[in-house]
Design a binder for this molecule. Structure first.
Ligand SMILES: [Zn+2]
Length: 585
């Protein structure tokens, strides 16, 4: 490809989104362009990288026996009502009506549609198991799109769905997909680690995320350096300290202007763990009050599990007032019209301070069981750094990470709600799994991981072109030699910078664009019959006789493949160990 003919070039004076380094590089170098907030176009260079990522992912899906399908991006709304997810995801899902007045949605994922496809296609349980996948754009109306490709409203993803005759069959398959995911990221040269995650609005029994450590990541992972335990903060577990004691008498105290935990703790000169924090949430079918100790925050994922109903968001001030509750001074004491969910530390600690449901007043010495009660007691608190690992007793740490893939063991969550039974045994609901990878986000993570201060550095396997070729100087002899080399190496594998620009501009752009091997000819090199070959990643240069350039490329490719193989081999035993020992599928 001649650079002068390439659509979408590097931007000279680029003023990007400052906070998203990888995205800025991709946009500056001419791989992607922003259309509007959360909406991006792939330019030819970016599309070549995306194609390589897709073909790598497809290979792994085919290896598992997967078959590619393509489903409509637009789904009937009733499909989403039938699974019960329409309400759960209402705010993120765009819905509209067609000219006949049928309500439609832009599907943010395809569990329902895929189930419908399988349900109509199979005639016997012998048609299962089946693994279907697609590469498709999804639209999620994110309230805060950010980080360029990291959290876009419309994004390309590979989504796969498996259907099984039994739980055992799903359980046998799930680790295979887990391993395929680790292989995909290893082949991208990315150090990615798995962690247990929340199921969110996908539903089901269990989920794992595949994470890339990044200070700009949106996920907080609780990690144990001693035993290797890793889980998303929303589902992580830890040892919790309760403070049991002899209950003292309940008293009401004046606490003016103490509508936050911090203000209350400092006013009463108490530690946060001597206070309790009641919060009200909107659930799928109503509301609930959650009570955690003052030193914890609520995990919506854990709260949903203990309550047995999806929790959507915090209640608004107006909603609180509808229940006669006083914001900042909430209390579970005397509450009759709301289900109350209590964290185990609150249930097991004595003499806590919490609101009195009256402006400027709190209750002292509140004791669970005596002053208020509920059947919903469990772990609803988010683990924090320095909490103690439940598996080995070491202090836990927090790691910020970016989620690159997510796999869900959905079990019969969808088949039950959508009444999909095995054709030859109507008492059995097929077991389901769902598996996603965002292509743009993956591209962004790869860029971030490999880039240096000069620009992008593509791993050979993913580079739009393996070779970046250029001639420096306007002499006819240089031009001719580079043209000859271009034709010899083949336009498909070479990005040829054929501009008449200065050496500085050409080298700077070669660094920015990030092709793995740079070949430069100038009068100085050609006088010796040579060209200069530079490894973009290591920066090492070597003078190579022109007629040996094809051999040099072959050697370069072989050495990069060996490096890649060594990296994969260093990751994959860890994967096996994780699957065998730590993760109980
Ligand atoms: Zn541990």
């Amino acid at each position: 490809m001649r650079y002068t003919k390439l659509f979408g070039k590097s931007v000279i004076r680029y003023t990007g989104h400052r906070k998203a380094y990888a995205f800025n590089l991709l946009e500056k170098a001419g791989y992607v362009r922003s259309l509007a907030n959360g909406l991006f176009s792939m330019l030819p260079l970016g599309q070549r990288v995306a194609r390589r990522l897709i073909s790598l992912i497809l290979e792994e899906m085919e290896e598992l026996g997967g078959q590619e399908v393509a489903m409509p991006m637009v789904n009937p709304h009733e499909l989403w009502t039938s699974s019960g997810r329409a309400q759960l995801i209402e705010r993120e899902m765009v819905s509209f009506s067609d000219r006949e007045g049928r309500k439609l949605v832009l599907a943010p994922s395809h569990e329902e549609a895929m189930l419908d496809l399988v349900r109509k296609a199979i005639s016997s349980s012998k048609d299962l198991p089946v693994l279907l996948y697609q590469i498709q754009s999804k639209f999620r109306d994110e309230d805060k799109p950010r980080g360029g490709l990291i959290r876009a409203k419309e994004f390309l993803m590979k989504d796969a769905y498996s259907f099984h005759r039994s739980y055992t069959e799903l359980n046998n398959f799930f680790p295979k997909m887990f391993a395929a995911y680790m292989r995909i990221f290893a082949r991208c040269g990315l150090p990615v680690f798995p962690a247990e995650a929340g199921v969110g609005y996908m539903g089901g029994e269990r989920a794992y995320e595949f994470l890339f450590e990044s200070p700009r990541g949106e996920d907080v992972i609780i990690s144990c350096n001693s035993c290797g335990y890793k889980a998303n903060r929303e589902v992580a577990i830890s040892v919790k300290d309760s403070q049991p004691g002899n209950p003292r008498g309940l008293t009401e105290i004046e606490t003016p202007n103490c509508d936050t935990m911090k203000k209350l703790a400092s006013f009463l000169d108490l530690d946060l763990n001597q206070l309790a924090k009641p919060l009200v949430y909107k659930t799928l079918n109503g509301y609930c009050m959650a009570v955690v100790r003052g030193d914890y925050t609520v995990s919506i994922e854990k709260l949903s599990r203990v309550l047995g109903e999806p929790v959507l968001r915090m209640a608004t001030r107006t909603e609180l007032e509808l229940f006669g509750l006083v914001p900042g001074y909430l209390s579970p004491v005397g509450i009759k019209n709301l289900p109350i969910v209590v964290d185990e530390t609150v249930a097991e600690s004595a003499n806590l301070v919490m609101g009195a449901n009256e402006e400027g007043k709190h209750l002292q010495n509140v004791n669970f069981g005596r002053d208020f009660e509920t059947a919903y007691v469990g772990d609803i608190a988010r683990v924090r750094k320095n909490n103690i690992c439940k598996l080995c007793g070491s202090p836990l740490s927090e790691v910020k990470a970016m989620e690159l893939g997510h796999i869900f063991k959905l079990r019969d969550f969808y088949s039950r709600s959508m009444h999909f039974t095995l054709p030859d045994d109507e008492s059995k609901f097929p077991e389901m799994g769902s598996y996603g990878i965002g292509i743009g986000r993956l591209m962004s993570a790869i860029t971030q991981h490999w880039a240096d201060e000069k620009g992008i550095v593509w791993p050979l396997l993913l580079a739009p072109y393996p070779v970046h070729l250029a001639g420096i100087g306007n002499m006819i002899s240089v031009r001719r030699a580079v043209e000859d080399l271009y034709h010899l190496l083949g336009p498909q594998d070479v990005l040829y910078d054929d501009r008449r620009e200065s050496g500085g501009v050409i080298l700077k752009d070669a660094d920015l664009l990030g092709m793995p091997l740079r070949i430069i000819a100038s009068r100085r090199t050609l006088d010796k019959g040579e060209v200069e070959c530079t490894d973009r990643q290591s920066g090492e240069s070597e003078m190579v006789p022109i007629d040996l350039v094809p051999r040099k490329i072959a050697e370069f490719t072989a050495s990069k493949m060996m490096e890649q193989e060594a990296f994969e081999n260093s990751i994959l035993p860890v994967v096996k160990e994780t699957i065998d020992q730590e993760i109980d599928f």
